[in-house]
Design a protein around this ligand. Structure first.
Ligand code: 8YV
Length: 320
């Protein structure tokens, strides 16, 4: 009788995911639910046929260079794979997969929350009510920026960017986007393509990032680029902290170039940037874009679908 493949689940995934994983595989689950260390990942390459990691486990070239031969597949529980050195993994013949599609709506919902919350002073407003400091009202009190009818720039018109565009259409926003290449009209439905980031920024009263973190996109939002945005623009990031020069973002908020920002990701995670805390006009969340019950189950199942295909001798649907 063939024994079941041995799988390491690095974090506490959803109950339904863990049940299915335990039914179909010989699993070791990290119920401690802390990030896997380099040593643990290297040791796992000798002890497991597959790993289901999260973005908290780093498969750097240095780590992968110390791998043993057993590990055959890294089935990520994430759409972003910037924590994986893909060339290093592939050159060892290790299959790498991710979980696209299933988190697009949850992430787009969070981008909408951040955009609306930033535009309408959600942080300052909550604080003033909660603290009991709400003792007056004036027509000039907490006046924000209207989203309906405003121009929205999207950098990265992939699955999440398009899901966000669909939600923004419900707010009658005028859609603009930058992407490495223009997309077919049936995908963008009237969104205006800009062939440079600079051109897009010039029309973006609201700007939302939906591109991956790669060497090319590192520090994409620089001081020079923030300066191209219309005065009082609102900036939203649910993609990756590495896309943003955080000192430049602070500069843009201090100068009023940006009126507000909504951030779900930071250069340093967990933790964020303590320099952001003095800004009531930054609405911050702790990297929870995909954190809905439905999406967590779907992400876990998608990772398991990829493992199932691989161990059945087929090409996983989400092989990178
Ligand atoms: C996850 C994410 O929370 O999918 C991604 O790229 O950043 C988030 O959905 C995280 O990566 C889980 O591993």
């Amino acid at each position: 009788k063939m024994s079941k493949p041995r799988i390491w689940v690095t974090r506490r995934l959803s109950d339904a995911t863990l049940e299915r994983a335990a039914r179909d595989y010989e699993v070791v689950i990290n119920y401690e639910d802390r990030p896997g260390t380099a040593e643990e990942i290297i040791a796992a390459s000798a002890a497991f046929d597959g790993i289901i990691p999260c973005h908290s486990e780093h498969f750097s070239a240095e780590v992968v260079a110390q791998f043993s031969d057993r590990l055959k597949i890294v089935a990520n529980h994430s759409v972003g794979v910037d924590h994986c050195d893909l060339p290093a993994l592939k050159s060892r013949g290790i299959v790498v997969t991710n979980t696209p599609d299933v988190l697009s709506d949850a992430t787009a919902e969070l981008a909408m929350l951040l955009m609306l919350g930033a535009a309408r002073h959600a942080v300052a407003g909550d604080r003033i009510v909660r603290s009991g400091a709400w003792d007056s009202w004036s027509p000039a009190f907490m006046v924000g920026k209207q989203v309906t009818g405003a121009r929205l720039g999207i950098i990265g018109m992939g699955r999440v960017g398009r899901a966000f565009a669909a939600k923004a259409r419900g707010f009658d926003m005028e859609l603009h986007y930058f992407n490495r290449s223009p997309l077919a009209e049936e995908l963008t439905q009237g969104a205006v393509y800009h062939d440079t980031v600079e051109s897009l920024l010039g029309v973006s009263d609201f700007l939302s990032l939906h591109c991956p973190a790669t060497p090319e996109t590192n520090g994409l939002m620089s001081a020079e680029r923030f300066a191209l945005m219309p005065a009082g623009a609102v900036f939203v990031n649910t993609a990756r902290g590495a896309l943003v020069d955080e000192a430049a973002l602070i500069g843009a908020l201090d100068s009023g170039q940006l009126s507000a920002a909504g951030l779900d990701c930071f250069q340093v995670e967990p933790g964020g940037n303590p320099a952001f805390s003095r800004f009531d006009n930054i609405f911050m969340l702790p990297h929870i874009g995909s954190a809905t019950g439905q999406t967590r189950d779907a992400m876990g199942f998608r990772a398991l679908d990829n493992l199932d295909a691989f161990f059945a001798g087929k090409a996983p649907g989400d092989q990178l």
